[in-house]
Design a protein around this ligand. Structure first.
Ligand code: HMG
Ligand code: MG
Length: 339
């Protein structure tokens, strides 16, 4: 039976977030679809992709607690921070302070992976010095975004990543390859599929173990997602190596995710509470909210390992820290006051 979320109560906090313990979390009836995977791995990006875009700096102890709470909610992959130039992303300039605070987490949550973003060898040195076990490089399918985000042409960026991926592999550290602007670019418009596939193949050829296809500005629609994934499959890329990373600018993130699942994708990026955007991409709004994703997946009978109640409580807590309500529809339905 579906239970309706309870009405706002006097336990509502000052930022419109209800006390998690006072809320009865309704869950959807699960109706499985045999065309979809039975399990999805959620790659949680809130602490990195979400917080990199916050105007105010979030204290390092709040970041550590956020990550710990996400792990406790059952998220097995939580992207923790970035070893980029601190002047480029000041919000994550405390990566060196954060990492030691996370050191014991994998003992408490066996199987937990805490990837970090690394743009170049300097970033890799910093990440390895702090015992990172998983890293990610981030390329662009367009020239303009490569220059704005990495101060390099798209080709130069690929060459910057080559020694990073190689040295990481020698150290036993797998590298995820992000590819941004896979569907549209705010400066260049629609991005040809052949261009996206070319850069994606190059990331895999460098040795990236996984390729995350980013709709950085959230313009994709489901047919485009299906077509791009078919293109990668035709190019010989096993679908198991592809993850999807959607932004919800036009409200398409869940529809696009469903299209990707129907194409066989089973790794989906999402950000707790819908935090995020990109500091170097105008019109990049929030990432797909992890709660909205989990609601849909559980409704489809797909296992995630995530405790939705604990996750919503975490995003409600984070909304209080940030002093504003979460944009996640599921968090709003379950925790925030209706207008
Ligand atoms: P640059 O200015 O060209 O760097 O920036 P450089 O190589 O010319 O070096 C200049 C100075 O910076 C040197 O110091 C380096 O040591 C230092 P100096 O010798 O002059 O004293 N430096 C560093 N210091 C600390 N850590 C480093 C580092 N690298 C160089 N890693 C750079 C090039 C790539 C560093 C810069 O452009 C950068 O940090 N960009 C990162 C931007 C970023 O993080 N954007 C957001 C992430 S991408 C994203 O959000 C999309 C994604 O979420 C998916 C999606 O949604 O589509 C992944
Ligand atoms: Mg993103």
């Amino acid at each position: 039976m579906t239970t309706a979320p309870t009405a706002p109560t006097s336990s509502d906090g000052p930022s419109g977030v209800r006390d998690p313990d006072a809320v009865d979390l309704g869950l959807p009836d699960a109706v499985p679809d045999p065309a979809l995977p039975t399990r999805v791995r959620i790659h949680e990006v809130g602490p990195r992709d979400g917080l990199q875009n916050e105007k105010s700096a979030v204290p390092v102890e709040v970041k550590a607690e956020f990550i710990e709470r996400l792990a406790a909610a059952g998220l097995a992959t939580v992207e923790a921070t970035s070893f980029v130039h601190p002047k480029w992303v000041p919000q994550l300039a405390d990566a060196e302070e954060l990492m030691p605070r996370l050191a014991r987490l994998p003992e408490r949550h066996p199987g937990l992976r805490l990837p970090v973003l690394v743009p170049n060898e300097r970033g890799l040195d910093r990440a390895l010095a702090h015992h990172a076990t998983d890293i990610a490089v981030f390329a662009s399918a367009t020239e303009t975004f490569a220059r704005r985000n990495l101060n390099r042409s798209a080709d130069e960026a690929m060459e910057m990543f080559r020694p990073v991926v190689g040295r990481a592999a020698e150290a036993g550290v797998p590298t995820r390859g992000y590819l941004s602007m896979c569907f549209g670019d705010p400066w260049e418009g629609p991005v040809p599929q052949s261009q996206v596939i070319d850069f994606g193949l190059r990331l895999l050829d460098l040795g990236c173990t996984e390729l995350s296809l980013g709709d950085t500005i959230g313009v994709a629609t489901p047919g485009q997602v299906t077509a791009l994934l078919q293109g990668f499959t035709r190019a010989g890329v096993p679908i198991e190596r592809i993850a999807v990373h959607f932004h919800d600018t036009y409200g398409q993130a869940l529809a696009n995710t469903l299209a990707a699942l129907r194409s066989g994708v089973s790794t989906v990026d999402a950000s707790a509470g819908g935090l995020g955007g990109c500091p170097y991409a105008k019109s990049a709004t929030g990432n797909l909210a992890t709660e909205d994703l989990v609601w849909m997946l559980h409704g489809l009978g797909i296992e995630t390992g995530v405790d939705l109640r604990a996750l919503v409580a975490t995003s409600g807590w984070m909304a209080r820290q940030l002093g504003r309500p979460s944009p996640s529809r599921a968090v709003q339905a379950l925790f925030h006051q209706s207008a």
